[in-house]
Design a protein around this ligand. Structure first.
Ligand SMILES: [Mg+2]
Ligand SMILES: [Zn+2]
Length: 165
């Protein structure tokens, strides 16, 4: 088995998946990978708890990094098993995450202009959301991505200028 250099995760996942099928067979692959991903997440939590001083046994950062790498690699192998194009799914998610706002104001909250950049993107169809940007271009981009991902490309989001106090 060769490791691709530089690391190309989808290619690595195909190589590892073939080796796993060779070792365990193709039956039950989806369940096997699902359990494996949960196990790796648990191993990451154990390493992080030890590093953060929350567990009986202390630990270093290196095992945290190694287990986090296991989580990502296993996620790619699991995607391969399910026939999921993970890079495409990540790209779609990235657009959604970047434009949905990091925190929804509670009902009745008045947004504090000092907490935002000079530009705000608002959407009449999504009244509980506000996104902020430091430049006009960033605001336009956020509005365009929001419209694409939430309103089928209809230009719904609006840009407002906020003043920093
Ligand atoms: Mg592990
Ligand atoms: Zn909207």
């Amino acid at each position: 088995m060769t490791t691709p250099h530089p690391i190309d995760l989808p290619t690595l996942a195909r190589v590892l998946r073939a080796a796993l099928i060779n070792a365990f067979g193709a039956d039950g692959e989806h369940v096997r990978q699902t359990l494996c991903l949960a196990e790796e997440a648990g191993e990451f939590v154990q390493a992080a708890r030890r590093y953060l001083g929350l567990a009986r046994t202390p630990g270093d950062l290196a095992p945290v990094a190694a287990e986090l790498a296991d989580v990502v690699i296993t996620a790619y192998v699991t995607a391969e098993a399910f026939g999921i194009d993970l890079p495409a799914a990540i790209a779609a998610k990235a657009g959604e995450i970047q434009t949905r706002g990091m925190r929804t104001p509670r009902v009745g909250d008045t947004p504090d202009p000092t907490a935002y950049g000079p530009f705000a993107v608002t959407c009449p169809a999504c009244p509980d959301r506000v996104w902020t940007a430091d430049t006009d271009d960033d605001a336009l981009n956020i509005a365009a991505v929001h419209d694409d991902t939430h309103h089928d490309g209809d230009a719904t989001a609006a840009i407002a200028r906020l003043e920093r106090n």
